[in-house]
Each structure stands twice: as structure tokens, then as C-alpha cells.
Design a protein around this ligand. Structure first.
Ligand code: ADP
Length: 327
């Protein structure tokens, strides 16, 4: 395993025509690490992945893979020579190959026997629940099935870096779980890195070693899932990483972020129920308080009538900077 970052981008700027899709992004992904790119639609996640993959040339900035400059100095290294496995929404399968041939291909290229490569391919298709489609070509597969074959092909490669663009958008929860387990075991075995773009906070926090928050082509914060969830740098970062209320601090010192589990019913503070939603394992209450509107999650519980007076306790809060500061 190389000591160099698996992926390093420096001051990356990308324009699509007159749109600035990335406005100076710098980050590193270490060997064996999964970095989630979390941002709303249009924030530049796909553009960043495409620049790393070599599908587009940045306006300025440098892309390095394993210490080798692939964009930003001299002639760019083409995608097929970047040692990446890519799963993008619009990254087509080869139309003339069956699902099994597609998934067996990387092992054949590595020099494994045809029988061995096909056995591995079959096993991977089976794990992603598409073994019964092994002999079909892409035109005979639904969008979701093509995506699973694409994931199996990426897992069959043994690249230094995996790039994923919302790869689980069309997968059901079970297959998604299987895919993430497969990815984790491959990373442990080979030390491959992964960059994983998603707009789903729960997914990003659950799978990544570090999360990079992207807003309108800029990095807002990079940190561990715990850091970006519990200590967001501003209100945008707070909203992006999960449900949250922002209230006035009881001591008047500014604004306080309060996550769902950080306040509980009962205690010294006053409030009035504005809405109440039963969610099965817990019930969420939206409460009007003198400090602002607050969402409190009660374990178990039941809906309360609108207007009911309740009391509550603040267990924890995170002070947000006074101003968003990024316009
Ligand atoms: P995300 O993946 O986070 O949804 P994108 O990287 O796809 O964001 O897009 C970033 C910005 O660049 C958006 O404003 C988008 O409209 C624009 N954009 C992306 N691709 C193109 C393109 N091919 N031509 C013009 N604008 C584009």
C-alpha cells in the first residue's frame, strides 16, 4: 500500500460552459478510506467524480492518484489508465456482453482462467441477486438490474480507487446492505479507497470514514461522520447532515443546534405541542418554546394533542456561529 493519498485534488475548478460547478476544491482520500461526498442536487458531486475519473478536464487545479499527477500537468491520463472502478448512473454497460461476461471480464484481464473468472462472476452476480440474469445483455435488463451488474463489475475489478455516484439510488434496502458489505470487505483486503457521492445523509454517515459536505461547488466541511453530525460548521451543514432544530441558547449566547435526541420530555423548561407524529419505535413532537421551535423525539410514546402544555429538558446543544457567513 502506497503512503501517498489514493486521491488528491488541489484547488480544483471546473466550469460547464458558464456554470462554475467546482470553485476551488481541495481534498485527500487515503488508501483504504471511504470518503462520502454529501451535498444537495447540483452541488458538484458528479462533476468532482468525473474530474477524478478523467471524463472531463478541469478548468484549473490538479488531480493526483497514488501520487501520480493525472490532470493538471501536461497531457491528462485517460480514464482507462487511472486504475479506477467507476459506477456512475449514466455509465453504460457494454451492449454486446452478457451480464456474466461483463462481470467476468476484469478477472480475465488479470490473467485468471475462463472457468475461474466465470465462477467469480457468478458468485458476485449471486450476491447482488441477479444470478438468474447472467446470460442477458443490457438491452434485456431493467435500469435497476443494469445498475446491479455495474456494481458487480466494479467489485470484480481490484482497483486502487472506487468511484460511486449515487450507486444505491435504485436498490432496495437489502441489496444495498449486501453491496456495502462487499465493498467493505474488498477495502479491508486490498486497501482500495472509495469516493461515494450521495445526497442521503444517513447513507453518507453510515458508510464513510470521513464525510465532505459540498455546497454550490465549494467544500463546507470535511470530518468524521460524528464531527459533521454533532459539530456542523454552520446551519447549512447542520441541515444537510440530519434533522435538527435551531433555537436560541438559554443563556442568550447565540444559536444552538439541537438534534432529535438532544432534548427530552419532562423537566424545567416550558413548551406547547404544535404537532406530533407517531413513527413506530418513537414519536416526534414539534414544540413551541420561548427559545424557538424544537423537535423532540420520544422513545415509544404516542401522539399528543396540539396545544398541550409540556415540559422539557435540554440535554445537549451545539453552538452555531452567529452568521452563516457564506451568503
Ligand atoms: P450533483 O452531482 O451534486 O447533483 P453536478 O456535478 O451534476 O451536481 O452539477 C453541478 C453544477 O454543474 C450544476 O449547476 C449543474 O447544473 C451543472 N452541470 C453539470 N453538468 C453539466 C453539463 N454537462 N452542462 C452544463 N452544466 C452542467
Amino acid at each position: 500500500m502506497s503512503a501517498e493519498p489514493a486521491v488528491e485534488v488541489t484547488d480544483l475548478v471546473v466550469h460547464h460552459g458558464t456554470t462554475a460547478a467546482l470553485r476551488g476544491v481541495s481534498l485527500q482520500v487515503l488508501p483504504g478510506e471511504v470518503l462520502a461526498l454529501l451535498g444537495p442536487s447540483g452541488s458538484g458531486k458528479s462533476t468532482l467524480l468525473h474530474a477524478v475519473a478523467g471524463f472531463l478536464e478541469p478548468t484549473s487545479g490538479v488531480v493526483r492518484l497514488g501520487g501520480r499527477t493525472v490532470s493538471g500537468a501536461g497531457r491528462p491520463v485517460p480514464p482507462e489508465r487511472r486504475d479506477l472502478a467507476v459506477v456512475f448512473q449514466n455509465y453504460a454497460l457494454w451492449p454486446h456482453l452478457t451480464a456474466l461476461d461483463t462481470v467476468a471480464y476484469p478477472a480475465r484481464r488479470r490473467g485468471e482462467s475462463r472457468a475461474q473468472a466465470r465462477a467469480e462472476g457468478r458468485a458476485l452476480l449471486g450476491r447482488l441477486h441477479v444470478a438468474h440474469l447472467a446470460d442477458r445483455r443490457p438491452a434485456e435488463l431493467s435500469g435497476g438490474e443494469q445498475q446491479r451488474v455495474g456494481l458487480a463489475r466494479a467489485l470484480a475489478r481490484r482497483p486502487a480507487v472506487y468511484l460511486f455516484d449515487e450507486p444505491t439510488a435504485h436498490l432496495d434496502t437489502h441489496v444495498r446492505g449486501v453491496f456495502l458489505e462487499e465493498l467493505a470487505s474488498r477495502r479491508r483486503e486490498s486497501g482500495a479507497a472509495a469516493v461515494y457521492a450521495t445526497h442521503d445523509a444517513e447513507e453518507a454517515l453510515g458508510l464513510a470514514d470521513r464525510v465532505a459536505l459540498l455546497d454550490a461547488g465549494r467544500l463546507v466541511q470535511v470530518g468524521t461522520p460524528e464531527q459533521v453530525y454533532a459539530q456542523p460548521v454552520d446551519a447549512f451543514a447542520a441541515r444537510l447532515t440530519g434533522p435538527a432544530s435551531v433555537i436560541d441558547a438559554p443563556d442568550g449566547s447565540g444559536e444552538l443546534l439541537v438534534r432529535l435526541g438532544w432534548a427530552r420530555l419532562g423537566g424545567p423548561l416550558e413548551g406547547k405541542v404544535r404537532g406530533s407524529w407517531f413513527r413506530g419505535p418513537h414519536t416526534d413532537h414539534l414544540v413551541d418554546t420561548p427559545l424557538g421551535e424544537l423537535l423532540i423525539r420520544e422513545s415509544g410514546g404516542a401522539c399528543r394533542p396540539v396545544g398541550e402544555r409540556i415540559r422539557w429538558t435540554l440535554l445537549h446543544g451545539w453552538s452555531l456561529p452567529g452568521h452563516d457567513g457564506r451568503g
